[in-house]
Design a protein around this ligand. Structure first.
Ligand code: PBG
Length: 328
């Protein structure tokens, strides 16, 4: 039996205008962060097979691409280095070397587009011959000896002009350690976006192809979080908050919408979500097979991440969204 016919929720859905007026969540290019995989050298671009539409490229080509993105309302970009094997060692020393092409690229992009927001990735894996985010000793990832390396890497990026440091390594105490190193060197204005709840996920596969950064042995389960855990994300968040994180990230996004919501409810700093490579590849593959309506599914995915509570979304879909979907 229909107990109260006065209530007809469908009235608020009867036209596009009313639906738009009462929409609870919105999504625009201003909420999105677009990633680049940077190569050393000039005028080179390489497609990434498992990430259709995404490529590794040299900074000259990235500059043109960034300009196109900015013309469509994107202003925030995250930069990842694809480092040649000859530069990799156990200490990730290339990450703070003065001739590091990634640091030069940060400087070049910042000079060309001072108004854009550049975010880095801080972890040893792209530079490490072991392919781990921390220092490996006798097969174990040693936390406290990794911290000074991450601090040096962060400081080098700050000196190159990065706006936001993005520690993605999941070592204990790294946010505080990096904050102190930045402050001591006078970089009090350089922000930290902590990868706070980063899970040991199968969805990073295509990214590791892109950077050839997969661990040479073992897995990342002793530092990245167990997908079974939710309360532990609150513990990680409390630590990062206390250590001075300016923004906190949840990663991946789609299987972890509950974690995004949890952090948004409990902490008064912006929450970002990383819509990772495997999530991108999944949708692209279904679309290429004609199994899903990509034009509708892609913005729906991004909207769901915003609805869960993400203030900003780091996503490989950002450029396509900005070019095709933002003006409706
Ligand atoms: C490096 C890092 C990874 C990703 C971002 N930074 C890989 C990893 O932790 O193994 C994955 C991003 C993606 O899958 O899109 N620490």
């Amino acid at each position: 039996m229909w107990t109260n016919p006065n209530h007809r929720p469908r009235r608020n859905r009867k036209s596009a205008a009313v639906r738009q007026m009462v929409a609870e969540t919105n999504l625009s290019p201003a909420h999105l962060i677009y990633p680049y995989f940077l190569l050393d050298g000039i005028h080179r671009i390489e497609a990434i097979k498992s990430m259709p539409g995404i490529a590794r490229m040299t900074v000259d080509l990235a500059l043109r691409d960034i300009e196109e993105c900015m013309n469509h309302g994107l202003r925030s970009f995250v930069l990842f280095p694809a480092v040649e094997d000859r530069h990799k060692d156990t200490m990730a020393s290339y990450s703070f070397a003065s001739d590091n092409f990634y640091l030069h690229a940060i400087r070049t992009i910042k000079e060309a587009f001072p108004e854009c927001l550049l975010i880095s990735d801080v972890a040893m894996d792209p530079y490490s011959s072991d392919g781990h985010d921390g220092l490996v000793e006798n097969g174990a990832i040693v936390n406290d000896k990794t911290l000074p390396i991450l601090a040096k890497m962060s400081l080098a990026q700050a000196q190159a002009g990065i706006d936001i440091i993005g520690p993605s390594d999941m070592m204990d105490g790294r946010v505080g350690h990096i904050r102190e190193a930045l402050d001591n060197a006078g970089y009090t204005n350089t922000s930290i976006m902590a990868y706070t709840a980063k899970y040991a996920s199968a969805f990073y596969g295509p990214f590791r192809d892109a950077l050839e950064s997969a661990p040479k042995s073992g897995d990342k389960k002793t530092y990245q979080m167990d997908p079974a855990n939710k309360r532990e994300a609150l513990r990680e968040a409390a630590l990062d908050f206390d250590e001075g994180a300016d923004l906190m990230m949840v990663k991946p996004a789609l299987c972890y919408l509950d974690i995004i919501h949890l952090l948004k409810e409990n902490f008064e700093i912006p929450i970002t979500a990383y819509n990772v490579s495997g999530e991108y590849a999944m949708l692209k593959a279904a679309a290429q097979n004609g199994w899903i309506d990509y034009d509708r599914a892609m913005p729906e995915m991004l909207l769901s991440i915003r609805r869960a509570g993400a203030d900003a979304i780091l996503t490989y879909f950002a450029k396509e969204f900005a070019l095709n979907y933002s003006v409706k």
